[in-house]
Design a protein around this ligand. Structure first.
Ligand SMILES: [Zn+2]
Ligand SMILES: [Zn+2]
Length: 349
């Protein structure tokens, strides 16, 4: 099947219209007409080759929402017309301990990424959601509960699960004291999800300029990291800190905010952080960890949780023709809080 999309042709190219081939349906495949696709920071990094290994042309997009338009003969989980979603991964080995333990994102043999990956059977390059259609193995297609607004659900598939998974891993619930560093696409979801789980939530931001935004998202307060007095007063104040800063930064000032045995989880920056003092780690047996998306079962659990709690990302809808401007604005953090492409604009192109 030929389908239209937008692709980066090399590391310096803007995204331009590009026709791609989607594979013929295998027995366990689902064909999806894409209605909406969220714009993730990693789309920008990948298309610009900020990370190694970008394959061009590169069609990004791993926050995909759409409708089933065809199913293979062995598909039992999805029917034509169903509202469905696809996140960051579209396949894994299916037989290692991690896959069998519902942690496909940690597959010992490596996951197949939704874009910039290789199909496990044909080795064809995978293309993402900045396109009209996608074909995905049924086990990696999620069900969208009927009460979720399709137009706003897309960012849950990366920003949502990336922040939900550590909240669940570290057993956040009523009474948990959660800090969220950074208030972008990931940070605003971390706040909403932690609030939904019943936690006491503090946004940690450089200044207090975002206090009103933090409170509007449901946070209990904002802590300004530039306010030395307030930082000292908040020592040992958190059971878990979710660090969503997407660039190199200094972790040391945040470590003393953790209580004894508590953990700071990095979900934003992929790469180096600044030199970090081990002193607060030793003195409080504190931990630094990281966390990548979640497994399929946990992602489905997150979608069901969001539907039940009426939790949705704050989105700015764009046409696909505006994607290059959206990338520029995302780089300056000029979006509240996630761009979503209305794929109806691709038909109009
Ligand atoms: Zn993403
Ligand atoms: Zn596996």
């Amino acid at each position: 099947m030929k389908t239209s999309g937008y692709a980066a042709m090399d590391a310096t190219s803007t995204l331009i219209p590009h026709t791609i081939d989607r594979r013929e349906l295998r027995g366990n495949d689902v064909a999806i007409e894409i209605l909406y696709c969220g714009v993730c920071h990693s789309d920008l990094h990948q298309t610009r080759s900020d990370w190694p290994g970008t394959i061009y042309p590169c069609v990004p997009g791993h926050e995909i929402v759409g409708k089933v338009i065809a199913v293979g003969g062995e598909v039992t989980e999805h029917q034509i017309g169903d509202a469905v979603a696809v996140g960051c991964i579209v396949d894994s080995c299916g037989h290692c301990d991690q896959c069998l333990g519902d942690e496909e994102q940690m597959c010992r043999e490596g996951v197949t990424l939704t874009y910039n990956g290789h199909d496990r059977i044909t080795d064809e390059v995978t293309y993402g959601g900045y396109s009209k259609h996608v074909v995905v193995r049924q086990e990696f297609v999620l069900k969208l509960p009927a009460s979720l607004d399709l137009a706003r659900a897309a960012p849950l598939l990366c920003a949502g699960i990336t922040t939900y998974s550590p909240l669940r891993t570290w057993n956040v619930g009523p009474g948990s004291r959660v800090g969220v560093i950074g208030l972008g696409g990931l940070g605003h979801m971390a706040v909403k999800l932690a609030v939904g789980l019943g936690a006491d939530v503090t946004v940690v931001s450089r200044t207090d300029a975002k206090t009103a935004d933090a409170l509007a998202l449901g946070a209990d307060r904002l802590l300004a990291s530039s306010d030395a007095e307030a930082m000292t007063a908040s020592a040992n104040a958190f059971d878990l800190i979710i660090d969503t800063i997407p660039t190199r930064h200094d972790l040391t000032p945040y470590l003393s905010l953790l209580d004894i045995d508590a953990t700071l989880v990095i979900v934003g920056q992929l790469g180096l952080v600044d030199e970090t003092s081990t002193l607060p780690l030793l003195m409080g047996r504190r931990r630094i960890s990281g966390s990548p998306i979640g497994g399929m079962a946990e992602t489905q659990e997150m979608l069901n949780f969001c539907a039940k709690q009426d939790i949705l990302p704050d989105c700015e809808m764009i046409a696909i023709q505006d994607i290059n401007t959206a990338f520029e604005r995302m780089e300056r953090a000029d979006v509240r809080y996630r761009f979503v492409i209305d794929m109806a604009s691709l038909e109009a192109a």
